[in-house]
Each structure stands twice: as C-alpha cells, then as structure tokens.
Design a protein around this ligand. Sequence first.
Ligand code: PLP
Ligand code: TYF
Length: 399
Amino acid sequence: RLDGVEMAPPDPILGVSEAFKRDTSADKLNLGVGAYRTEELQPYVLKVVRKAEERMLAANENKEYLPIEGLASFRKATVELLLGADSPTIKEGRVACLQSLSGTGSLRIGAAFIAKFMPGAVAFISRPTWGNHKNIFADTGVEWREYSYFDPETIGLDFEGMIADLEAAPEGSVVVLHGCAHNPTGVDPTKEQWAKIADVIIAKNLVPFFDVAYQGFATGSLEEDAFAPRYFAERSIEFAVAQSYSKNLGLYAERVGAISWVLNDAGAADRVLSQMKRIARAVYSNPPVHGARIVSEVVGNEEMFEEWKGEMDMMAGRIKAVRQELYDALVKLEPNKDWSFVTKQIGMFSFTGMSPAQCDNMTNKHHIYMTRDGRLSLAGLSSSKCQYLAEAMIDSIDN
Ligand code: PLP
Ligand code: TYF
C-alpha cells in the first residue's frame, strides 16, 4: 500500500549536520546549523541553566501535566521579556500567550490559527528567509508569497522593494517579520524603517507575524532586540509573535517557546487563547515542563537573570570576535575586494553571496559544511579556524 511513498529530501539546514557527521576529515567544520559552540567547538550549556536545573532538582518538582496553555510563570516571563514588564498591553490583559514547542512549533500553531480564522489570507515572507518558514505555512495550508528584502548589490536591505511589495499585498495579508537578527542575511531594518513598515501595515490593514528567535543576539540587549514588537504594540497594531529560547538560553533540544497574539481588546485575547488551546490540544495536548521551568527560574530570579545576560554577552561577544577575525583574514589575503559585509551583518550568521557551486566547493574540497544559500553560521566558528575558513572562501569564490 505504501510502496509509492518516495524518499523525502533532507532538511536544507539540519541535513548539513548529518552530512558533517559522515565526514572523516580532521579539518571538517560545521558552519551549517545556527547553534552556538565554544572556542573548542563544543556545544555549550549555560551555567545559569545548570544552576536552575539544580534548584529544580532540589525542589523535587513533579511531572504532572501542564495546562494546555503551558506553565503560568513561564508565560508571564516570556511575554514580559518581549514587551517589557511595565507594558500597558500586558497590564490590560491584551496578550494571548500559549507556551508551545520552541520557535518552530509556535510558528506552526500560529499558522494553523491563521488558516482557521483568517481563511484565504496569504502569508508574505522575506526573500530570502529561514528555510522552515515556507514549510510551516505550506503544511498548514496557508498560501505564502515573498516580499523583497535583500539587495545583493549593497548586501543590505532592499527597503524600497520591501515597502513596494507590502503596499501591493492584498488587504489583510499576514507579513512574517524577523524581530531581530534576520536569518540568513544578518540585515535588520533601522528604527526609522520600522516606523515606515508600521505605516504601510496600518494603511493596508496587514497582520504582522513576528518571528523572534534571536532576542539578545542582535544588539546584545534584550530590550533593544525587542524594539520592533514593542513599537508595534505602542502603535496599537495587532500582531502574532513566535518566541524561542533555543539560542539565547541555549535550550535547543528542550523545545521551549511561545506563540502570542498581541491584541487591542482583552476579551479578544481570551477568545483567541481559547482557540489556540483547541489547536494545540489536537496536535500535542500540552507542552513539556522542564525547559519552561528553567526559563521561569532564570527570568524570575534577579541574580540569575543578570547572570543570563552576562552569558548571552559572552556568546554574542565570541561571535563578534570571530566575525572580526574572519574579516581581517579575508582582507589580508585579498585586500582589493570589499569584505565589509562580514562585519556589517549582525547575529549568528554571515551571508556571503556564494553560489551553490561555490558552497559545494567549500564542502567537497575544504570540508566546511554550510547551507547552499551561502550562509555561514559564525556561532560554529572558532578563532583558530578563521584563517582556514578565509582561505577556503577565497579559493571557492575565485574558482
Ligand atoms: N525562526 C528562525 C528565524 C530561526 O532561525 C529559528 C532557528 O532557531 C527558529 C525560528 C526556530 O528554532 P526553534 O524551533 O529551535 O526555536
Ligand atoms: O537556521 C538555523 O540554522 C537554526 C536552526 O529545521 C534550525 O534556526 C535549522 C533548521 C530547522 C530548525 C532549526
């Protein structure tokens, strides 16, 4: 009966890690997935996470089911992290927050909600964007289209193209926006540009859907990195937002995140939450508790919260340092080329403009694993590998 099932293609990002594991070269370097590594290229568990886990173990917590909407203290902490603890939106009960399965599961519940309650709405995603956005909307039956975002000439934002495409979108369309540290380009709108984006959203009655996967990794400040959603809330724009703790708290495998709707009416927030619960119930019933407890321990304790910020600075600082070292190595090897994009881009990635063939050369000849859109995860790079990477890049670009 199932003889006709064809082999599915590997995930364009996670599939790179699988290929990396099979490579036996001593030089191999995994710059595919956006996951933080130490200078020794080992995964890193934050000290503050270990501390929270010790406290949880000592408290002898049980493993009872959580409510469908998740752990109350986690939801409170997560919404406050996004909008600020003194946000009037929160005080007035206008946020519907459901703990879900990290960023991906949160986007998925948000997309399912859109499919159900905004039938026919098209989701506009940036070109390029994180590979999974298309999958998530397509699998939930929401049609997606792209809006201009990246200008390969300037290696910057194609702001005019973006605004023109949003202006041309049908009324009531959904616009997926990266809250900060755009993946894969590392290019974010300025505050002035966010204001103009908000103008178009209001004029065209569009519905923003923020994907916040890197809060704390763009400017280094949790508050600054939440500028766009906070600003939209101030302007009374109603929006959805998916949050993830994979990167900023290093909880990748724990699957910790939330989907929220920020609305202008508390009654609407209650009704929306009830419907998101209904969707979640049919998918996984209720979310896992362990990671959510870690978050509420860390965010709920002033000392641990400060410690977390210190470790986030350390991680973001190491990425900035290798960004600079890679730039220096490239300039030294090929001074006549403009490498400034390396240090201009922010967040975990470097978007190099390399073609698929050049990426293949990086992998096949130099054992450097990356996605074929030309993205390098600097979170997986060490100081000691910058020279090797620069040489491989120049060999791949020049040939
Ligand atoms: N959205 C973007 C833009 C991402 O880069 C990621 C990857 O971290 C995610 C969402 C979701 O990741 P996760 O499901 O691990 O939270
Ligand atoms: O872009 C990345 O590398 C991260 C990790 O299906 C990731 O966001 C990649 C693919 C995926 C889930 C997470």
